[in-house]
Design a protein around this ligand. Sequence first.
Ligand code: FAD
Length: 495
Amino acid sequence: MSQAWAADVVVVGAGNAAMCAAIAAAEQGSEVIVLEISSEEEKGGNTTYTHGSMRFAYNNGEEVRALLPEMTDEEFSMTDFGDYTKEQFFEDVSRLSNYRTDYDLANILAKESYKVMQWLTSHQVKWIPIYGRQAFKINGIFKFWGGMVLEAVGGGKGLVDALHQEAIRLGVRILYNTSGVKLDIANKRIQGIYIREQKQDAYIQCKSVVLASGGFHANVEMRTKYLGPGWDSVHTRGCKFNTGTGLKMAIDVGARTIGNWSGAHAVGGDRYLPNFKEGFQKLSYPFGILINKEGKRFIDEGEDFRNYTYAKIGKEILKQPGQYAWQVFDTKGKRFLREEYEGRSVSKVVANTLEELVELMGDVDHEGFLTEVENFNKAVMDVPFDPNMLDGKGTEGLRVPKSNWALPINEGPFVAYAIGCGITFTYGGLHITKKAQVLHEDTTPIEGLYAAGEIVGGIYYDNYPGGAGLTSGSVFGKIAGSQAAKYVQAEYQVK
Ligand SMILES: Cc1cc2nc3c(=O)[nH]c(=O)nc-3n(C[C@H](O)[C@H](O)[C@H](O)COP(=O)(O)OP(=O)(O)OC[C@H]3O[C@@H](n4cnc5c(N)ncnc54)[C@H](O)[C@@H]3O)c2cc1C
């Protein structure tokens, strides 16, 4: 053992959940050390790869504006934020989990979401409205849909930088290239944590540990073991360090697990992009069609706003022959392509006719595709199109319906994007209480052990509402950090 440290609270990980925990503990006077396995340049975990978009409940546009001190009257007048109540947020999490979510945690997530936005704002995180990606401009007004209206300035990187600066200002010490290896526990109480700094083993004596080291999406072996065959070969998005080491550490000291261990957030994106590269996702599918190797559609691309469907589409692509698909758009649909469709490295083919397009795709059944598009076009209902609402412009009589935004694919030039499945994060994790305490297998808390963020299980099953990951990390990170600090204070008082 090369070196021994001491702290009140040790936080494992330096992404959003971890830094919220660190700030909350430091705010309460705790001495905090953060351990991050990556280098400083790569800091921030999956959080760095996000747009920094956060889902939170609000009653009206004024409440959103209160988080945007720099918004002008002119900008506000052309923005319709609508409302998104706590009840709607709670219902979205419940509905998308097929009513299997932990209702206590889902309730806290929804109820605390606006307060945590205020708290983050007080800690120097700045926001901007997500114009374009979450609101289309129609008749001079940006009308938001889908419960996600703000993102951090500078995206995920901006969020991570702001949280790190704030933590440092509050005296938090961050050790990079340092991993949490093993929890030291006696009588079901945290005594400290064994760590590895570069190649050196060390030990930190502490009363409390907050685990915020993400799930296991970047661990091929665990993916295959828990998610099943095929998941070994999917594209891996985001942070390469989220390999389940925090989960294993907790399980090794008897922590209880919960949730959808065979489920994961997985999207459709660029089939040929190497792992861990930014720009994978391709999320404008509601305005086109998705077809498989046989040329057949296989999902309802317009089932709901994309915030409520994108996280389950990767799994559907993985079920297709060859585990791939193509997104196809005509000129009308192309108007709605998000910025991730731009750039030279995007895998796409363009043609003036559908016959030429399928020829260029190369790996799709020609007749199957042409017949499918013809049938789709004939089935489109004559209803007005509106991208800002569930417009009911669906199809009639198809084996696989499209419920909204069904535009016929009939105006060239046409474009098709090669799509594969990409995993973002895993749903199974540690069982925590309302105070973010990690439970032991005997169902009582392991004293001094807390968890937040992706490492927590039981909130999402099968599907996920976009923007809830960061909010959950912030809400439960803040709770975990402040509860850890309170626990430490209580321990010292006893002595
Ligand atoms: C491309 C992409 C886009 C996304 N967009 C959004 C979005 O806009 N909005 C949203 O809400 N969610 C989004 N998500 C999901 C979101 O990233 C996560 O829900 C959230 O960032 C998880 O935060 P976290 O703090 O739990 O984990 P992370 O941010 O992943 O942090 C975990 C940290 O722990 C470190 N670590 C791992 N093991 C150890 C160890 N043993 N010791 C020390 N450190 C360790 C990792 O290096 C990492 O820094 C997106 C994800 C991706 C990949």
